[in-house]
Design a protein around this ligand. Structure first.
Ligand SMILES: *Cc1c(COP(=O)(O)O)cnc(C)c1O
Ligand code: SF4
Length: 356
């Protein structure tokens, strides 16, 4: 039985067990798939397998098949294991099950509700705000969140090779006001270890860039992604790293996921969480309270609670912003100030996210 939270990490995370201490010489191998990649290969993509695995009524299948035509089902075994079998309203299931509501409303042509395409300076580079720019590193994710605001994003236009990335990098080199680069996607941690390492090093070569921010859901949905190679890439770089994970519900924070988050925090990487306010998932005071409490107990700071971006086929997740405001007020009464996320909305054309 572990007596200190520190010993718990080394004893329960096989990926960091028995490995040499972190140092610059630990170069990731480009050839051998990492454990997280082998795990990812077992992710579920077939709605009928999902329904079977979770003991769910087969009459959900036609809608799931139809909805997955425009945005496929994808869920890791790890995330699946946190879903309660037999409950069609499970808050984690609702985030990944392709649902009838996605197909019944007419399209409203809001493919780019947050103005990403207009803010694209070069393929793969989005800058909306002062001092920081975002790289669309890959279109893939380890799970497909049904409410995703980038579900319609034309990822096929994003750069595929270093040569194609060059205009974006040249733009970053030329703009000395850019002190922070945000790796986004898709999910930037879907990049293989060696390629991620290379990318971090390439960014670190640009002197005016001081901070590297990672926007990723992988520490939540595929905790084995938090491996030695990742920690090495982030902690041995000149850049100050920030990890922004994406967790919406306390039930997502099982032991392996909590362990991965602790590993990031204890490696000295400031780790924050952004959540999306989702109807039927986390639009209750008790759920958000528990989420924030569990996060701060792990050393993860609640950063943003996002009002849903209005893209097509997700409106069944929308919560009245007034209700969101009430929830935040209730959280303020219960929690330390640093544990209350900022409730924000992305309004195209604004110079920052807009607090609600
Ligand atoms: C949300 C977002 C950011 C980050 O904004 P912060 O308020 O700094 O977290 C940066 N660039 C783009 C394009 C974004 O959409
Ligand atoms: S992980 Fe993020 S980018 Fe990927 S589907 Fe979910 S919300 Fe969208």
């Amino acid at each position: 039985m572990a007596t200190s939270p520190f010993s718990e990490i080394s004893s329960t995370n096989p990926e960091t067990q028995g490995l040499p201490p972190l140092n610059g010489s630990l170069a990731p191998s480009p050839l051998k798939p990492s454990r997280w990649q082998r795990e990812l290969a077992t992710a579920i993509r077939d709605p009928s397998i999902l329904l079977q695995a979770l003991n769910l009524p087969i009459d959900l299948l036609p809608a799931a098949r139809l909805a997955s035509e425009s945005f496929p089902l994808l869920v890791t075994q790890s995330f699946l294991s946190r879903i309660l079998p037999g409950d069609p309203q499970d808050p984690l299931l609702l985030q990944i099950l392709p649902a009838l509501e996605e197909t019944t409303r007419p399209p409203e042509l809001r493919f780019d509700a947050v103005g990403d395409l207009l803010s694209q300076k070069h393929a793969g580079l989005i800058q909306k705000y002062h001092g920081r720019a975002l790289l669309i590193t890959t279109g893939s994710c380890a799970i497909n969140c049904r409410y995703c605001f980038r579900r319609h994003f034309p990822y096929h236009n994003s750069p595929k090779s270093w040569a194609q990335w060059e205009p974006a990098f040249q733009q970053i080199r030329e703009d000395e006001s850019l002190t922070e680069i945000i790796l986004s996607g898709g999910d930037p941690l879907m990049l293989p270890d060696a390629r991620f390492h290379e990318l971090v090093q390439k960014i670190a070569q640009i002197p005016h860039v001081k901070r590297l921010r990672i926007h990723s859901r992988l520490p939540i949905v595929l905790p084995s992604r938090v491996n030695h190679s990742l920690l090495n890439s982030l902690t041995n770089s000149r850049l100050q790293p920030y990890m922004i994970v994406h967790c919406n519900h306390p039930q997502e924070l099982d032991a392996t996921c909590s362990n991965a988050l602790s590993t990031l925090v204890r490696a000295g990487i400031p780790t924050l969480n952004q959540a999306v306010l989702l109807k039927g998932v986390n639009d209750s005071f008790q759920t958000l309270l528990k989420l924030c409490q569990q996060l701060i107990n792990l050393g993860v700071l609640p950063y943003y609670l996002h009002q849903l971006d209005r893209v097509d086929q997700v409106s069944h997740f929308e919560v009245d912003p007034a209700h969101g405001q009430q929830l935040i007020e209730q959280l303020r009464v219960e929690l330390p100030g640093y544990a209350v996320p900022q409730f924000v909305q992305e309004i195209p054309g604004q110079p920052h996210k807009t607090p609600l």
